[in-house]
Ligand binder design. Structure first.
Ligand SMILES: CC(=O)N[C@H]1[C@@H](OP(=O)(O)OP(=O)(O)OC[C@H]2O[C@@H](n3ccc(=O)[nH]c3=O)[C@H](O)[C@@H]2O)O[C@H](CO)[C@@H](O)[C@@H]1O[C@H](C)C(=O)N[C@@H](C)C(=O)N[C@H](CCC(=O)O)C(=O)O
Ligand SMILES: Nc1ncnc2c1ncn2[C@@H]1O[C@H](COP(=O)(O)OP(=O)(O)OP(=O)(O)O)[C@@H](O)[C@H]1O
Ligand SMILES: N[C@H](CCC[C@H](N)C(=O)O)C(=O)O
Ligand SMILES: [Mg+2]
Length: 487
């Protein structure tokens, strides 16, 4: 039996109306899911205000209401707890409800604009291969040991996080690697978790629809490091100018990695090919299957994290050379007619630039680089012209298309991308709204040795248009089209 007063431990309370010594069933922050004897936490969201659904939650059997503002009509028999911050209260209560599982394993949070899924997934792989029980909370999937669950967010809400962490602890998981998104930090989804380490990959343009400006976006990321305890480690990329910013006020032990500047962990790229690259880490050469300078950073972050968690250098390097790239990240095929098709989740300007530079750095002659790209709807519109510019400047041909238009007009998004194309590159571009047709057009244009990059959706298996999700898988589609075209 769990009592309300026990899960309120450490919550900053302003006022209590009613009895907190009551046994509760479950916690919910969505009135639509409330059932008998649940606790409903009212949260001011980005679209609506949970306080408007307090009555609905009560009608559905809520036993207690946690809110920032007490309702005018107090119902007898229901306990009302007025708190300073509902988001924070939810995070603390969720951790208490599940018995603070983050304290029973080693939890490492990975944050930054790009590379979170790659770093966290590879760390999960590495620790599994080293014989440890590991867990993963990522954009692509959730892993409790070997059992896979569907991910809906990069960083889920605090109830979901704690539920899975509890399952991990019960399954004997010792290390959990989780992505920490800026939305997650801002909405306090990760508050009340005990991290034993934090990793910063990089910071570049994204999410300027949600955050007021770049400074706010940076400060939200920084607050994750500010909150780390002194027992934890903070490992940051100091080639990124915001790396040192992340360390400014942290109590955690500071560690750095870099390719270009002085750092605790350093790497050098000795050779790059489509099949992989030769790296030098700590004076040891190793061949890895992941390509691109950006992956050299990711691998260095993994090396540093594994060492800080106590694995031996030689073992780490040996396992690193066996790591497979994550689905939808530089996932490629070479067709019968020697056309290379690459599917990559590059959905930010920096990621797109890195991927195209990697491709241009590896190609040997006059092959065409044909990029198929769109931008998501209901997301940062400022990045659209910037990505249009990068695609056109670094490819020989571009097919602008739709990504997940969500509730926006797909053609309008494409126009915003085209607006960023410099006049001298305009002739290289066409636009085809239907993504499948766009991929088909790129395949038709491609000849032997040409390279097709299909960017933006990576591992996603759907396309979201007007609130509806249709099956869509870039890699399956390009494979099928190239086969049908006999290319
Ligand atoms: C913009 C955003 O981040 N929204 C997230 C947020 O919802 P919200 O604050 O907008 O909720 P709201 O609709 O305003 O409702 C406020 C409250 O009223 C409640 N409610 C609402 C209706 C009702 O009938 N009854 C009721 O109780 C809601 O449950 C909620 O508690 O909190 C919800 C619960 O945690 C999230 O599911 C939701 O994610 C939405 C679906 C989303 O698309 N989020 C994306 C942008 C996101 O979080 N992305 C990042 C990755 C970014 C990256 O790439 O780095 C991620 O971590 O996944
Ligand atoms: N260290 C890096 N620096 C820059 N770009 C990167 C880096 N790692 C990966 N990328 C690019 O970013 C894309 C997304 O990578 P990944 O999924 O690992 O990032 P993420 O931070 O998890 O993204 P999201 O915010 O959507 O969760 C990759 O497909 C690649 O194009
Ligand atoms: N986590 C990112 C994913 C973007 C992927 C892209 N395909 C899109 O739909 O915009 C976001 O929610 O902004
Ligand atoms: Mg991710």
């Amino acid at each position: 039996m769990i009592f309300l007063k026990d899960i309120l431990y450490k919550v900053t309370i302003e006022k209590v109306v009613g009895n907190t010594s009551v046994a509760i069933n479950n916690l919910e922050f969505d009135s639509r899911k409330v059932s008998l004897n649940d606790v409903f936490i009212a949260i001011k969201g980005t679209i609506s205000d949970g306080h408007e659904f307090i009555k609905k939650a009560a009608d559905q059997g809520a036993l207690a209401i946690i809110c920032e503002v007490l309702p005018e009509n107090i119902v007898n028999g229901i306990t009302y707890v007025q708190v300073v911050d509902s988001h924070k209260a939810l995070a603390i209560m969720a951790a208490n409800f599940y018995g603070n599982p983050s304290e029973e394993l080693k939890l490492v949070g990975i944050t930054g604009t790009n590379g979170k899924t790659t770093v966290s997934s590879l760390l999960y792989q590495l620790f599994k291969k080293a014989g440890m029980e590991a867990g993963l909370l990522s954009t692509v999937k959730i892993m409790v040991g070997d059992t896979q669950f569907k991910a809906t967010h990069t960083t889920p809400d605090s109830l979901t996080i704690n539920k899975y962490l509890r399952e991990m602890v019960d399954a004997g998981v010792e290390y959990c690697f989780m992505e920490v998104s800026s939305h997650g930090i801002h909405q306090k989804r990760t508050e009340a978790l005990q991290f034993c380490g934090g990793v910063f990959t990089n910071l570049s343009h994204d999410h300027l629809d949600y955050h007021k400006d770049f400074a706010e976006y940076r400060d939200v990321k920084k607050s994750f490091f500010d909150e780390l305890p002194k027992t934890a480690f903070a490992l940051v990329n100091v080639d990124d100018k915001n790396g040192v910013v992340m360390l400014q006020n942290t109590k955690a032990k500071k560690h750095t990695y870099a390719l270009k500047t002085y750092a605790d962990y350093r790497a050098q790229v000795l050779e790059s090919q489509f099949s992989g690259q030769l790296l030098k880490i700590n004076n040891q050469e190793l061949w890895v299957k992941l390509i691109g300078g950006f992956n050299a950073y990711n691998l260095l972050a993994i090396f540093g994290t594994a060492e800080l968690l106590g694995l031996k250098e030689l073992e780490i390097l040996q396992i690193m050379s066996t790591l497979e790239s994550v689905g939808g990240r530089f996932q490629y095929l070479i067709s019968e007619k020697k056309i290379t098709a690459i599917v990559d989740y590059a959905h930010t300007p920096d990621a797109l630039k890195n991927v195209l530079e990697t491709i241009n750095g590896i190609r040997t002659g006059n092959e065409e680089v044909i990029t198929v790209i769109g931008c998501g709807g209901d997301r940062d519109a400022q990045k659209r012209p910037v990505m249009g510019n990068i695609a056109a400047s670094l490819s020989t041909k571009v097919v602008f298309t739709s990504d997940n238009p969500r509730t926006e007009n797909a053609e309008k998004i494409i126009e915003q991308m085209e607006a960023g194309v410099p006049a001298e590159h305009y002739k290289k571009t066409i636009s085809i709204t239907n993504r499948k047709e766009a991929i088909k057009a790129a395949c038709q244009m491609a000849n032997e040795n040409d390279i097709i990059l299909i960017a933006g959706k990576g591992h996603e298996t759907y396309q979201e248009i007007n609130g509806e999700r249709f099956d869509f898988d870039d890699f399956k589609i390009v494979t099928q089209i190239l086969t049908t075209l006999n290319k």
